[in-house]
Design a protein. Structure first.
Length: 235
């Protein structure tokens, strides 16, 4: 059984992933940027808790130190993410996309993912079977976004798909750099969570499926790939 850290584990897909991995017998830390929300979720789950804001160097370093002192890490699920909708839940379209929105989304979804991965790499390298799961999005697929008639083609936003396309690139480059690790990007599918004001059409149980599967991938499993519940996705 492995020790797993799930960033943004206090709700949504991260919470459901934690629940499933704990049920399968794994030891799970949830990362939460808010200690109170984190404590409530961890108590509910029977998970361990680290306070971790992916945009904050100090909190990430402190979380890595705590987990190292507690015995290390086998699996990192980079799940924390934001979509940056308007307060009334609309996707910010191309005309309304600003540099500030781009910066905010990249800071959490892409830069934050690298900050956390960089901090936990030394711990993962001590694991006999290290795994990283980067929670990307189907909206990151350049193939789908350029295929008329698909929901991905119809999505009008820029910042979120661009930040997740960066996640895919980061995944591939890490996977090549660390061939002993299994490092994959996953697309949960359109899932009803706070992120999209619960407009998603899947349940969190459905959405978490591929995250849970890739978090438990064996040493012979794929690396450097991009997967949805039904299999590999085109970049
Ligand atoms: N829902 C979908 O349809 C869908 C589809 C494809 C991909 N995804 C991806 O799935 C992941 C989980 O999203 P979700 O749908 O479960 O959304 P969610 O319910 O809004 O959960 C997002 C989680 O990320 C955390 N978070 C946000 N910014 C953070 C930061 N700076 N530091 C640490 N944690 C932070 C949130 O914490 P707070 O509670 O403190 O805000 C929350 O725990 C995201 O990466 C998202 O892009 C979702």
């Amino acid at each position: 059984m492995t020790t797993t850290l799930i960033t943004g584990g206090n709700k949504g897909l991260g919470f459901e992933t934690a629940r499933r991995l704990i049920a399968a017998g794994h030891s799970v830390y949830i990362g939460s940027r808010d200690p109170e929300r984190g404590r409530r979720a961890a108590d509910q789950l029977g998970a361990r808790l680290v306070t971790l804001d992916v945009t904050d160097e100090e909190s990430v370093a402190a979380a890595a130190k705590n987990i190292e002192a507690d015995g290390g890490l086998d699996v990192l699920v980079n799940n924390a993410g934001i979509e940056g909708r308007t307060p009334d839940g609309r996707v910010v379209d191309a005309a309304a996309t600003t540099a500030d929105l781009m910066r905010t989304l990249f800071e959490t979804n892409a830069v934050g993912l690298v900050r956390v991965t960089h901090a936990f790499l030394p711990l993962l390298q001590h694991s006999p079977a290290p795994v990283v799961v980067n929670v990307s999005s189907g909206l990151a697929s350049l193939s789908h976004v350029t295929t008329p008639g698909t929901p991905t083609y119809a999505f009008p936003g820029i910042a979120y798909p661009a930040s997740k396309a960066a996640v895919n690139m980061i995944t591939v480059q890490y996977a090549k750099a660390f061939p002993a690790m299994r490092i994959n990007a996953v697309e949960p599918g359109y899932t009803a969570t706070d992120l999209n004001h619960h407009t998603g059409t899947q349940t969190v149980a459905e959405g978490a499926q591929i995250i849970v599967r890739m978090a438990q991938v064996g040493a012979d499993g794929p690396t450097g790939g991009y997967f949805g519940a039904d299999g590999p996705l085109p970049w």
